[in-house]
Design a protein around this ligand. Structure first.
Ligand code: 5GP
Ligand code: ZN
Length: 120
């Protein structure tokens, strides 16, 4: 359920402070410590699940709630004009914190293209 050394589990336990956006029994949302736009917060399940690839059927309801919360919280935080939802996953996705999290990024100018095009 929790991982002793995981940064985000430590935030859930209150061992590391965070600026909370939302909290309920199974979900926490908090501002990213290194924001990439005027609005940049993270939504995580309180339970330690390493990545999007570790989600199972038992997580469907909880993760569905997270997806519904994303738009509601984005609007409340000032990203009513649109946002980008990013879930970096694994090595190729360059995931740095191994506790599944959604980035909600917006609130300013248009974010530009989704990914820089690679030269072939
Ligand atoms: P990833 O690259 O794994 O998708 O993103 C991890 C995110 O977590 C980064 O945007 C980083 O700024 C954020 N982050 C890392 N450590 C902390 C922390 O201690 N507190 C908060 N609020 N955000 C963190
Ligand atoms: Zn964790």
């Amino acid at each position: 359920m929790q991982d002793a050394n995981c940064i985000f589990c430590r935030i859930v336990r209150g061992e590391i402070p965070s600026r909370k956006v939302h909290e309920d029994g199974e979900v926490l949302a908090f501002h990213d410590i290194n924001p990439l736009a005027p609005v940049h917060f993270l939504i995580i399940p309180k339970a330690h699940i390493a990545s999007m690839m570790d989600l199972g059927e038992q997580h469907q309801d909880m993760f569905g709630r997270i997806m519904v919360l994303a738009g509601k919280l984005a609007r409340e935080q000032g990203a009513g004009d649109g946002f980008r939802l990013i879930v970096n996953t694994g090595r190729v996705g360059r995931q740095e914190v191994d506790h599944v999290h959604l980035h909600i990024i917006g609130g300013g100018e248009s974010l530009g293209s989704m990914l820089p095009r690679r030269r072939s």
